[in-house]
Design a protein around this ligand. Structure first.
Ligand code: PLP
Length: 483
């Protein structure tokens, strides 16, 4: 495909601006005025429409195809939430609207949305209070770890490390390190769970927190989770819950009841915001009561007369972690989604997510080795180790799936499973779609034995074929060159 700049022809126009009715450069200091016109592409409207329509068709998305990317929860999100976001009263609201003027009466509806979303998330997770400010899961983690640091500091303690299992998402150790902690990694035992003896050895009065994902990135719910939390609390450490997988347990159990002190959620995974490409997300953070005073400012409060306001006067707060109040549109979508599904709907979503993953696992387990040979929660991890005996890697199978119209599962993660393929089908896919995908994977397993070359050469149908990844890394060619 050509770049829009290559389509440019001198003098071609897609849009005519009205005649200028002010002096050129009025009021601007000479040094800020352009000497030359900006070199924008000169194209017709039709050129622009075709260019971007064709580009959009190169996108792979949940709206076009099945996208079982494990850990990322790429589910279909209902479009009505977009409608709620587009309502003028929300979308035209300026973040600098003087909330205190008229007692915040200009933004009561939006403040109420923030307040109610915090309450709903607290109820769903069993936490005492939430902040909606963090702008992504990783940002929520950093906020959560900063809250933990603030809590220990307030108690006059200097704790040095955070305990994290080796199956964790890479953002966990990264967040702990950015917040100034050393990371102590605990191996996974033969059952795919936290190695308890290594864990007990690592725990000490130096432990600031234990950061866990449950169900974890292997798709397992740790039955010893309560014992793990009790052991941490016994040495004064806090429990951090990475809630990226909350879609597996909605309405079934609550991290707060298990003993977690801090939790982040990914609204763009569990609660109806489409994601990918780094698009806007939200990673609200929930805390138990003893950590609530440290939450970032501002806090939405409800006054005794039932109106809402923003409170900035929290002297123990860790301060600002994001401009304004978080990604408001994402929070609003989550609110609309939770209200629409209600208690029964959220429970059903979780049950179906777990059912779908186990259906995939059951139909595929004779073709690909399941990690640790166990049933799973909302995602299943399979290994292509058997296929590797024929020289076929998880990567080859993924490329083959692309040709067949499926987004590959997450591969080579979690790091502890050889040739890992991590499948998260979500609750939104039909049995027919799951079957087509499974059949395709079974076909790939049989090709691995009969004709591995067919997998090595995939994808054949895509604008970009198999890349030489070493060359791409060693000699990256990232700039467009004028021909
Ligand atoms: C996605 C994910 C994260 C990070 O969330 P982002 O919103 O992508 O920053 C953290 N932990 C787990 C288990 C995840 O799946």
């Amino acid at each position: 495909m050509q770049l829009i700049f290559e389509k440019s022809r001198p003098g071609r126009k897609g849009f005519a601006l009205p005649e200028l009715d002010v002096p050129v450069g009025a009021g601007l200091a000479e040094k800020y005025c352009r000497k030359q016109a900006a070199s924008l592409p000169e194209v017709s409207e039709l050129d622009v429409v075709r260019h971007f329509s064709n580009l959009s068709r190169l996108n792979f998305s949940v709206d076009t195809n099945f996208y079982p990317l494990g850990s990322c929860t790429m589910k279909y999100n209902p479009k009505f939430t977009e409608k709620a976001c587009a309502l003028e009263g929300f979308s035209d609201l300026h973040p600098l609207l003087p909330q205190l003027l008229g007692g915040g009466m200009l933004a009561q509806g939006s403040l109420e949305v923030l307040y109610n979303t915090e309450r709903l998330l607290s109820e769903i997770t069993g936490m005492y209070a939430f902040t909606t400010h963090p702008l992504a899961g990783a940002h929520g983690e950093l906020t959560g770890v900063m809250l933990i640091a603030a809590y220990h500091k307030h108690n006059g303690e200097r704790r040095k490390h955070i305990i994290i299992p080796d199956s964790s998402h890479g953002t966990n150790p990264a967040s702990a390190a950015i917040a100034g902690y050393n990371v102590v990694v605990i191996p996974t035992d033969k059952d795919g769970l936290l190695d308890m003896s290594a864990y007990k050895k690592a725990l000490s009065r130096e432990t600031a927190a234990v950061m866990l994902t449950c169900p974890d990135t292997l798709g397992f719910f740790n039955p010893k989770i309560k014992e793990i939390a009790d052991l941490a609390h016994a040495v004064g450490a806090l429990m951090y819950y990475d809630g990226a997988n909350l879609n597996a347990i909605l309405g079934k159990c609550r991290p707060g009841d298990i003993g977690f002190d801090v939790i982040h959620l990914n609204l763009h995974k569990t609660f109806a915001t489409p994601h990918g490409g780094g698009g806007p997300g939200a990673g609200p953070v929930g805390v138990c009561e003893k950590l609530a005073d440290f939450l970032p400012i501002s806090r939405v409060i409800r006054r005794s007369d039932g109106t809402f306001a923003l409170d900035y006067h929290k002297h123990k707060s860790i301060g600002y972690i994001a401009p304004f109040y978080g990604n408001f549109g994402v929070i609003l979508k989550a609110y609309a989604y939770i209200l629409c599904l209600g208690r029964a709907g959220l429970i059903e979503a979780s049950e179906n997510a777990v059912l779908s993953a186990n259906y995939c696992l059951s139909r595929l387990k004779d073709y690909y080795e399941p990690a640790y040979g166990k049933r799973c929660m909302h995602e299943c991890v399979l290994s292509a180790a058997r296929q590797l005996e024929h020289g076929v890697h998880a990567l080859d199978i993924s490329k083959y799936l692309i040709d067949k119209g499926f987004h590959p599962p997450t591969i080579y993660f979690p790091l502890i499973v050889k040739e890992a393929m991590m499948i998260e089908p979500t609750e939104t896919e039909s049995k027919e779609t799951l079957d087509e995908f499974i059949d395709c994977l079974i076909e790939a397993a049989s090709l691995a034995e009969s004709n591995p070359e067919a997998l090595h050469s995939a994808p054949l149908s895509m604008p970009v074929k198999r890349l030489d990844e070493t060359k791409a890394a060693r000699e990256p060619n990232l700039r467009w060159q004028q021909k």
